[in-house]
Design a protein around this ligand. Structure first.
Ligand code: AMP
Ligand code: MG
Length: 486
C-alpha cells in the first residue's frame, strides 16, 4: 500500500505538449469537507481505506495542495452537441491532474472536476455544484458495481464557495478516475482545425497507451477504430439491458475507451418506457432511451470522419457496419441472462421484444420485473407480475411462451434464483433516491448519501435493513426534471 503523498505520476498526455492541453492550476474551494469516498477506487491507486482520513486528502482533492509531480492540464477538444458541431469545447471546469501508475502497472488519470476556470470555460464559472458532483459519483460507482464499463469516482468534496445556477448553490469537486480522458471530440478537434500532424500524434498516443494490441496489425488505426466500435456496441448493450439513460450523448461525452463517461442528467428507468427522455433540456428527444443505439452509431460515424486522414474510408465503413450486429448480439445475450434463459433459441429476440412492447405503456418497474421473476418459480412470479400489465391477454401469451422456453433449463429454482439474482440488481440508482440523498447532503447531512453509495456498491446482494432502497419510486419521484447545466 502507498501513502497519499507518494503516488507515482507519469504524465504521458501532458508531455504531448501545448497543442493538446494547457497548464492550469486548480482554484481551491473554501472550507472543504469530504462528502463521499470510494474505497474501491482508492484501491485502484494502491491507497489504503484509511487514506481518506488524512487532513491532506481533502486538501488535495479540493485544490489546496498538489503533488510535486502532478502536472494539471486542461485538455482541448471539440464535438457534436445535439447534432451540431461545436468547434471549441475542452475542459472548461475540470483538470487532468496527472496520470498515476499503480503497482499492477495500470495508469489512472486523476481528473478534478469543478477545479475553476480554464481557457476553455467560455462563459462558465469553472465550477461544479454539490448535487451534480454527487450524482456523477453515485452513477460511476453504481455502474461499476453492476459490471458496466464506466469512469470511476474517488471522492466528492463540498465547500462554502458560492456558485450561481438557477439559485445560489455551493461549489464541490469530484475526483474522477479513468484510464484515459480522451473523447471522440479530441479527434474531431484536430480534424476540423486541420492539424493532421497533431491528429496523427493523438492517434499514436491512444494506440500506444490503450490499444497496444492493434499496433502489430497491418492497419493499426483501422484496427483501433474497429475496437472502439466493438467496445461501444458492448457498452450500449449494457445501457439498454439495464435501463440506463445517459442523457447527453454528445460526441465530446463519448470516451475513446467505450466506457460510460461525463454524467449529466442520466437516469435508470423506473417504469419501462422506450421513449424516456431523462434530460429536461432535450426537447426533441434526440437522446431518448431507445435512440441511444442509433446515436452511438452516429457518434462513431463522427469519429470515423475525423479519422479519415489516417484510415481508408472503406475500412472505416466496414468497421461501422459491425456496430449494429455486435450490439444486437451483446444485448440479446444480456437479456437472456436477465430472463434466466440458458442456451439460445431462434425465438429469443422476439420474446424480448414482445416483453418490452407489453411493458410499454403499462406500469411495470423495469428493474423489479427481472428481480421478481427470479425470486420465485416462473409460474408463481409471473402470476404476481401480471397485475402490472395492461394487456393481460398479451401478457398471458408471453408468459406461456416464456415458461415453455425456460423449462428447457434443467436447474432447480434455487439455482435459477441464484443465477438470475447475480445479474438482476435489487438496488438501482433511482433518481428519487439520489434526490433524497442530495437534499440531505445540501443540508450538511452526508449520512444518507454515504449509505446509498454503500448499498449500491453491492447491488445484487440483499442487505439487511436496506429494503427501502429496493422500493419503487413514489409518484413525485418519477417525474424529476434534471437538465444539463450544473
Ligand atoms: P458538459 O455538458 O458537462 O459535457 O459540458 C460541455 C462543455 O461545457 C465542456 O466543455 C465543459 O467543460 C463546459 N462546461 C460545463 N459547465 C461549465 C462551467 N460551469 N464552467 C465552465 N465550463 C463548463
Ligand atoms: Mg462533457
Amino acid at each position: 500500500m502507498k501513502s497519499l503523498t507518494d503516488l507515482t505520476f507519469d504524465n504521458r498526455f501532458a508531455r504531448l505538449g501545448d497543442a493538446f492541453s494547457t497548464a492550469v492550476l486548480p482554484e481551491p474551494i473554501a472550507e472543504p469537507q469530504l462528502v463521499l469516498v470510494s474505497q474501491a477506487a482508492l484501491a485502484l491507486l494502491d491507497l489504503p481505506p484509511t487514506a481518506a482520513e488524512a487532513e491532506e486528502f481533502t486538501q488535495l482533492f479540493a485544490g489546496h495542495k498538489l503533488w510535486a509531480t502532478a502536472e494539471p492540464r486542461a485538455m482541448v477538444y471539440s464535438g457534436h452537441q445535439f447534432g451540431s458541431y461545436n468547434p471549441r469545447l475542452g475542459d472548461g471546469r475540470g483538470l487532468l491532474l496527472g496520470e498515476v501508475l499503480n503497482a499492477a502497472g495500470e495508469y489512472w488519470d486523476l481528473h478534478l472536476k469543478g477545479a475553476g476556470q480554464t481557457p476553455y470555460s467560455r462563459s462558465g464559472d469553472g465550477r461544479a455544484v454539490l448535487r451534480s458532483s454527487i450524482r456523477e459519483f453515485l452513477a460511476s460507482e453504481a455502474l461499476f458495481a453492476l459490471g458496466i464499463p464506466s469512469s470511476r469516482a474517488l471522492c466528492v468534496t463540498a465547500s462554502s464557495t458560492p456558485v450561481w445556477r438557477e439559485r445560489q448553490e455551493s461549489a464541490a469537486m469530484l475526483l474522477r478516475l479513468a484510464p484515459s480522458h480522451v473523447r471522440f471530440g479530441h479527434f474531431e478537434y484536430f480534424y476540423y482545425t486541420k492539424q493532421p500532424e497533431q491528429l496523427q500524434t493523438l492517434a499514436a498516443h491512444v494506440l500506444a497507451c490503450h490499444f497496444a494490441d492493434c499496433s502489430e496489425q497491418a492497419e493499426p488505426y483501422g484496427a483501433m477504430f474497429t475496437q472502439v466500435v466493438e467496445r461501444n456496441a458492448e457498452l450500449i448493450a449494457y445501457w439498454q439491458a439495464y435501463g440506463f439513460c445517459h442523457g447527453v450523448m454528445n460526441s465530446d461525452n463519448m470516451s475513446i475507451l467505450g466506457i460510460t463517461f461525463d454524467f449529466g442528467p442520466y437516469a435508470f428507468l423506473d417504469d419501462f418506457d422506450a421513449q424516456h427522455i431523462c434530460n429536461h433540456s432535450d426537447d426533441a428527444g434526440r437522446y431518448s432511451f431507445s435512440n441511444q443505439v442509433p446515436i452511438a452509431h452516429w457518434n462513431l460515424s463522427a469519429l470515423a470522419q475525423a479519422l479519415t486522414p489516417l484510415v481508408e474510408v472503406e475500412a472505416l465503413r466496414a468497421s461501422l457496419g459491425l456496430f449494429l450486429p455486435l450490439y444486437q448480439a451483446h444485448y440479446l445475450s444480456l437479456m437472456r441472462q436477465r430472463l434466466g434463459l440458458l442456451g439460445t433459441d431462434d425465438s429469443d429476440q422476439a420474446l424480448v421484444e414482445r416483453l418490452l412492447q407489453l411493458m410499454q405503456g403499462s406500469a411495470v418497474d423495469y428493474s423489479q420485473f427481472f428481480r421478481r421473476l427470479g425470486e420465485q418459480p416462473a409460474e408463481i412470479a409471473l402470476a404476481s407480475l401480471r397485475d402490472d400489465f395492461v394487456d393481460l391477454a398479451g401478457f398471458d401469451q408471453w408468459a406461456a411462451d416464456y415458461c415453455n422456453r425456460a423449462t428447457n433449463t434443467a436447474d432447480s429454482q434455487a439455482e435459477r434464483r441464484a443465477r438470475m439474482h447475480a445479474v438482476n440488481p435489487l438496488y438501482v440508482l433511482r433518481n428519487y433516491l439520489a434526490q433524497q440523498a442530495i437534499e440531505a447532503a445540501e443540508q450538511g447531512d452526508y449520512a444518507p448519501v454515504r449509505e446509498l453509495h454503500a448499498v449500491l456498491s453491492r447491488p445484487f446482494e440483499e442487505q439487511p435493513g436496506m429494503q427501502r432502497y429496493a422500493e419503487r419510486p413514489p409518484q413525485w419521484g418519477k417525474h424529476l426534471e434534471i437538465s444539463c447545466s450544473s
